[in-house]
Structure formats: C-alpha cells, structure tokens
Design a protein around this ligand. Structure first.
Ligand SMILES: Nc1ncnc2c1ncn2[C@@H]1O[C@H](COP(=O)(O)OP(=O)(O)OP(=O)(O)O)[C@@H](O)[C@H]1O
Ligand SMILES: [Mg+2]
Length: 236
C-alpha cells in the first residue's frame, strides 16, 4: 500500500470517527427535549381526556397523533444509540448458557403471549467465551423479536448452542414467514425495514456487535418455511 493511500485511509477513519461522534452526540441532545415534549403531550392529552365539543375531539386526535410520532422518534433514537454502542464491547469471560438462560427467563412471558414455543438446546460442555453479556442479550432480543414478527400466528423458536471447529455456534431458528432473495440481500443494510415503524437497525446492530467480538453471523431463509441465523464466536 502506498504512503498516499495509507494517509487517505487514516483521513477517512478520522473523518468517520468525527462524524460518528457528532451523530451520537446529536442523538443524545435530541433525547432530553423529546422526552419533555412527550411529557407535555401526555399532560395535554389528560386535559382533553373527556372531550365535550367537536373542537376538543379534533384537538385530542391531533395530540394523540403527535404523541405517536414522538414515541416513534424515541424508538428510532434508542435503536440508533444502541447501534452506536454496538462496536465497543466490554469483554468478560462468561458462560454463554447462563446468558441465554437469563435472556429466556426474561423473554418467555412475551413469547407465550405471542403463541411462540421457545425451545433451547444448549450443549452441556460449552466452553466459556469472552463477551459483553449486555450486548449479547441485545443480539438475542433483536433476533427473537424479528422471529416473533415473522410468526404473527405463533410458532417455534429454537435457540441452539454448541461447539464447532474451535468456535461456539449459536443458532436462532424460527418457522415463520421467511425472507425472499431481495430481503435477504438488503437485511443487513442500515435503515432497511419491511415493517411499518421499523428502524431497520436491528440486524445491522446484531452484526456490528458480533463482529466487534471477533465473530461472524450468517443467515439462511426460505419463504414460508422459516429463517436460521448462525452466529460464530471464538472460544475464550
Ligand atoms: N426472522 C426473520 N424472519 C423474516 N424476516 C426477517 C427476520 N429477521 C429479519 N427479517 C427481515 O429483515 C428486515 C430487517 O430487520 P431488522 O431487524 O434490521 O429491522 P426491523 O425488524 O424491520 O426494524 P427494528 O429491528 O428496528 O424493529 C425486517 O424488516 C424483515 O423484513
Ligand atoms: Mg428487528
């Protein structure tokens, strides 16, 4: 690589870091005024709770619309901040089985309410991994929620973990609607979403977290049959 190319690379990296820092700062700055707006809308909605006149009815409808948009903005902001944090894991030697079981304890009630059977298959002799347990939980949550959306009438969600070729392999499998070629091609792109109100940052965050752990993530899917995400993490 020439000296000039190296310099250009360093330049781009510095510019990227500056833009990333600015974007993260901007998102944080927006958070506080947004929550003040949300709070005041809540109070306005309470004042209009029992509308007496057509004018008050119209006002309440408008307040509710702005409230919904505000909540949506808050969700996008949260997803954005999570994406920004994804590249800086705080690694600790962990038992992955414990992290998965912890997650399942938290997620099971939501799964049951959605008619989803969760079936974990975790190898007994799984070696330890160096991971950020909070970020890994985020990965599991993003994949589980995607699976849940893909199974609106309920279904089966399998979570498997085993050792393979010096790596820990974690598979998240659903028997939901699956994805066509076009979706499979674009699903890792930031802001790509086929859901109304989706931020499209769920899978990019998953990938960023796993790659920051020195791992990889792959996906296989078939329309009408389901989807399997396979994550590989290096053994500690
Ligand atoms: N398990 C799955 N089954 C079917 N389609 C999926 C699955 N996981 C992801 N997808 C598709 O990939 C798209 C991108 O997923 P991603 O998680 O990045 O964003 P999102 O789910 O649309 O929005 P958000 O995660 O912010 O709620 C989804 O809109 C969906 O079309
Ligand atoms: Mg998602």
């Amino acid at each position: 690589m020439s000296f000039e190319t190296t310099l250009k690379g360093q330049n781009f990296r510095a510019q990227y870091a500056e833009i990333a820092e600015l974007a993260g700062g901007l998102a944080h700055e927006i958070k506080n005024p947004l929550s003040t707006i949300g709070l005041n809308l809540e109070l306005l909605a309470e004042d209009l709770e029992e509308p007496q006149t057509p004018r008050e009815h119209r006002m309440l409808t408008k307040v509710r619309n702005v409230q919904r948009e505000c909540e949506h903005l808050g969700e996008i902001l949260e997803a954005f901040l999570q994406f920004a944090k994804a590249g800086e894991p705080e690694l600790d030697v962990c038992d992955l089985k414990e992290v998965i079981r912890d997650f399942l304890e938290f997620y099971r009630p939501a799964a049951e309410a959605a008619g989803i059977d969760v079936s974990p298959h975790l190898a007994a002799d799984l070696p330890t991994v160096r991971i950020d347990r909070h970020l890994l939980r985020q990965v599991l949550l993003n994949l589980a929620i995607n699976a849940q959306h893909a199974m609106p009438n309920g279904g089966l969600l399998e979570i498997q973990a085993s050792e393979n070729d010096g790596c820990i392999e974690l598979r998240v499998i659903d028997n939901g609607c699956g994805m066509d070629e076009a979706t499979l091609e674009k699903m890792w792109h930031a802001f790509f979403s086929r859901k109304p109100g989706g931020s499209g940052l769920g899978l990019p965050t998953v990938r960023k977290i796993i790659e920051a752990h020195g791992g990889s993530v792959a996906c296989e899917s078939a329309v009408g049959q389901g989807t399997r995400f396979t994550i590989r993490l290096p053994v500690a």
